[in-house]
Design a protein around this ligand. Sequence first.
Ligand SMILES: Nc1ncnc2c1ncn2[C@@H]1O[C@H](COP(=O)(O)OP(=O)(O)OP(=O)(O)O)[C@@H](O)[C@H]1O
Ligand SMILES: [Mg+2]
Length: 287
Amino acid sequence: MTDQASKLRTLARAELPESTLFHSRVMAITSGKGGVGKTNVVAGLAMSLANIGQRVVVLDADFGLANIDILLGLTPTHTLEHVLRGEKLLEEILLDGPNGIKVIPASSGIQEMTQLDAASELRLVQGLQRVSENQDWLLIDTAAGIHDSVLKLLMAAQEILLVTTPEPTSLVDAYAMVKVVHLRDPKKPIWLLVNNAQSETEAEETIEQLQAATLRFLGRELQVLGLIPADPFLLQAVRQQRGVVDVFPRSPAALAFRSIADLLKKKVPLQKGSFASFWKQLSLEES
Ligand SMILES: Nc1ncnc2c1ncn2[C@@H]1O[C@H](COP(=O)(O)OP(=O)(O)OP(=O)(O)O)[C@@H](O)[C@H]1O
Ligand SMILES: [Mg+2]
């Protein structure tokens, strides 16, 4: 790193607030393998949380292949790219999604988070801090896989929601993700959600297998949220670019999202610290 770049980073960090209490619960949704349903889970939970009176903002942090806006039929005119370049404030690009949820759209093909310069990083983190202050939840939809950029978001979030399907490949990759997070922070809460399950038995077997592995090799168990069944209504909703919770509220997937939203509301506490202060800590550890 050049002297000038490192000076800029130090300056940027100094401007991040040391906040005392989370105003919103910050949850990053991740998976080991791609295509397991993260974005659909984020959309379903966001809308179900909104339906039970929670204020929710969704950050699309899949910078490579942004798509939560497409899934919800939204058409952004400005995206995170404009925020990172300093052309817009985060508040100015917020989209109104269904049921009162707010969406921060990414645009496909932005540079990796790891390559963000200090000024862009500061704009993003301060913007998130401001925006999430008026919300109960900040849900972060991440890109699949174990990249530095994804890991930094996961470690800065208060909670991690790990999505897997019952497929062995997805399960093995989910374990790999748990291991990487656990080695960085053994206390980081990880919630497990099995998506696209053909039956309860199949989901239970998936949960048991993953729990057995994490217990044996890492000495910890994950917190289980439950399952979202494989549901043709969800596919139909995707085709209509609408949330399944909205268009088919009595469908198996919508009912499952509802009960998981109830569980999250009941079980996830507000914690000390803030997204910005966590981020700052991570930046300090990196340098
Ligand atoms: N419960 C479900 N029932 C039926 N189909 C589902 C279910 N969950 C997800 N799908 C389908 O799986 C596909 C992948 O979903 P989604 O885009 O949400 O995955 P993702 O994990 O976000 O992918 P990526 O890693 O590319 O971001 C979609 O075509 C979606 O329609
Ligand atoms: Mg996705």
